[in-house]
Design a protein around this ligand. Structure first.
Ligand SMILES: Nc1ncnc2c1ncn2[C@@H]1O[C@H](COP(=O)(O)OP(=O)(O)OP(=O)(O)O)[C@@H](O)[C@H]1O
Ligand SMILES: [Mg+2]
Length: 251
């Protein structure tokens, strides 16, 4: 269970998140839609404490993210404790962010070995299995530059899965891909959804939201304007701003 309560975040005088309350149940898919600059990426980054919130709380499975409470005060966790929390939250970025000097299977195995000190042989076995799961069994020894964008993004997803995360955050995972490669990445996301992976996905892929999301959230100007099941938010939006946004993306 992921729970955000009253999350506020500003950069200088720009208030980017203006009081976000959000609950994500385990095993569900939440899709976040919204115009550029509405705070979607910042929201994801607050969930794993890549950004510090100014006000409000983020909890994952009841555990406060980034802070510990003592009495009435919150103390920020040490860098090591933050990294430990973050290791349990997968993050897949728009631009894959693979290590260029490591092969696909080395990219997948790297964090479990170096951050979680998992045994090498088992970790490599599992990394091969994860690559097979995303349809890349035959690309284990390829370097990122030898892979298409869609293949690189699938390696990045396998890498996130390697840490056995409690949830995976996806920030526009298909927006850097050529149109013909989008489908292969969305197929992997659909498989994960079917398998009950808890995911929060920022995307403009309305078709994916319609099929795979349990909850669709529409954000604008740092607020959640509307949320509900896809059939409600996408087909019968209550808010003018949601309607105006959808009429632009649903052409
Ligand atoms: N580190 C930062 N320093 C200053 N301003 C920032 C920083 N990160 C984000 N912003 C600003 O916060 C606002 C929200 O940014 P954010 O990246 O969360 O939007 P977004 O909804 O993800 O947009 P997009 O769809 O374009 O990715 C923007 O106006 C952005 O310029
Ligand atoms: Mg963004």
């Amino acid at each position: 269970m992921i729970e955000l309560t009253g999350v506020h975040k500003s950069f200088g005088t720009l208030e980017v998140l203006r009081g976000i309350d959000l609950t994500v149940r385990p095993g569900t898919v939440t899709v976040i839609l919204g115009p550029s600059g509405s705070g979607k990426s910042t929201l994801l980054r607050c969930v794993n404490h890549l950004e510090k919130v100014d006000r409000g709380l983020v909890r994952v499975d009841g555990e406060l993210i980034g802070y510990r409470r003592s009495g009435n005060r919150l103390h920020e966790l040490s860098e090591r404790q933050i990294l430990r929390q973050r290791a349990r939250i997968g993050f897949v970025f728009q631009n894959f962010n693979l290590f260029p000097h490591l092969t696909a299977v080395e990219n997948v195995a790297e964090a479990p070995i170096s951050a979680l000190r998992k045994p090498r042989i088992e970790t490599y076995e599992r990394a091969h299995a994860l690559l097979a799961r995303v349809g890349l069994a035959d690309k284990a020894d390829a370097y990122p530059r030898q892979l298409s964008g869609g293949q690189q993004q699938r390696v990045a997803i396998a890498r996130a899965l390697a840490l056995e995360p409690r949830l995976i955050l996806f920030d526009e995972p298909t927006s850097a891909l050529d149109p013909e490669l989008v489908g292969e990445v969305l197929d992997v996301l659909r498989d994960l959804a079917t398998a009950g992976t808890t995911m929060i996905v920022v995307t403009h892929e309305i078709g994916f939201a319609r099929e795979a999301a349990d909850t669709v959230i529409f954000m604008d100007e740092g607020r959640i304007v509307e949320q509900g099941p896809p059939a409600q938010v996408l087909d019968h939006p209550r808010h003018d701003r949601t309607q105006a946004f959808l009429s632009k993306v649903l052409i």
